[in-house]
Design a protein around this ligand. Structure first.
Ligand SMILES: CC(C)(COP(=O)(O)OP(=O)(O)OC[C@H]1O[C@@H](n2cnc3c(N)ncnc32)[C@H](O)[C@@H]1OP(=O)(O)O)[C@@H](O)C(=O)NCCC(=O)NCCS
Length: 186
């Protein structure tokens, strides 16, 4: 079963289409990962086609195991969805608490159009809703305190700031924000 999600257009932004990553997305993925902001804030930076292929294989495997549910985000034009311009992932963290963590990025050329917040909203509703692939009661969202754009996306999508986490170098060199959204908040 392939899960796809849609977001209606707004007065100023086109509709969005979300679907699992596919092998054909390698070029868009490598291009997006050339952006210094992506390299700064993501723990995984992809360089070259081989790494991108492996990453896409991991996303496909994630759907097969039900432990990593990720979506490529595409803007829709007159001819339908274009190439991927963003990514949203729901990663299983604690099955005993029915908890998962979300992650996201958008390509440099499309930022500020509400893509991350609109895509995260639809994925959060879906993940905390009636889907049975990874039944969830809670979604966690972690970002570095200096990542103000990410904090804004979290707040727009009603992820409540729960705590400030200490730095844990080398992986997390600065403090973090933990935001949480519960299925009871739907
Ligand atoms: C964070 C990120 C995904 C936001 O993507 P986006 O598509 O531009 O997000 P949106 O257009 O939905 O914008 C979200 C809000 O953040 C605001 N914003 C953008 N940059 C900001 C900044 N530097 N400081 C404060 N707010 C900012 C926008 O104005 C917008 O608010 P508004 O709609 O009220 O105007 C994007 O900047 C990104 O890919 N960053 C690199 C990867 C990353 O940091 N991922 C998250 C890791 S936790």
């Amino acid at each position: 079963m392939t899960v796809t999600l849609s977001v209606e257009p707004t007065a100023s932004a086109p509709a969005l289409f979300l679907r699992p990553w596919q092998t054909e997305d390698v070029v868009a993925l490598v291009t997006a990962h050339r952006d210094p902001l992506l390299r700064r804030w993501l723990t995984t930076s992809l360089v070259g086609d081989a790494e991108a292929h492996r990453w896409i294989d991991d996303q496909i495997e994630g759907w097969a195991t039900g432990l990593r549910l990720s979506f490529a985000v595409l803007e829709c034009g007159d001819k339908g969805p274009g190439h991927p311009v963003g990514h949203i992932v729901v990663k299983a963290t604690d099955p005993n608490e029915a908890a998962a963590a979300v992650g996201y990025w958008t390509s440099a050329e499309v930022r500020g159009r509400g893509i991350a917040s609109r895509a995260l909203e639809v994925v959060s509703r879906w993940a905390l809703g009636s889907q049975r692939i990874m039944p969830l009661a809670r979604l966690d969202l972690l970002h570095a305190v200096d990542n103000h754009a990410s904090c804004h996306v979290a707040e727009k999508c009603r992820y409540v700031l729960r705590s400030v986490l200490p730095a844990r170098p080398p992986a997390f060199p600065c403090k973090g924000h933990l935001h949480v959204r519960m299925n009871s908040d739907m």
